[in-house]
Ligand binder design. Sequence first.
Ligand SMILES: [Zn+2]
Ligand SMILES: [Zn+2]
Length: 111
Amino acid sequence: MTTCEHCKQKLDIDEVVQFDEFGSLENPMIICKLCFKKIIEKGVPNFDPGKCETCNKTLVPHIDDWDDVFKEKLIWFMCPEAIKNPELSDHEQIGYYIVQPPDDSEPTWNG
Ligand SMILES: [Zn+2]
Ligand SMILES: [Zn+2]
């Protein structure tokens, strides 16, 4: 059992995730998946996912399947225009690890 640092619930280890606010925390916090979703949906404080180079809009999280997020430990941020219109190919999307890998502090780029 472990405790969510956010809502203080006691949970099984497979119900929590480690989250370092995309590299802004020195040590990742342990939070439950529910709190994690809420934080991502609300917007992570002090985290700037960047802007689309094509239209200058701030990238927003785009989640098809939370299970994939937890499995891959990666969240994709996309240009809101590209979410509205998936045929657009020249708009930005960037994947951010929910905990930065120790040997690679760069976000994952997908052209
Ligand atoms: Zn929680
Ligand atoms: Zn764009």
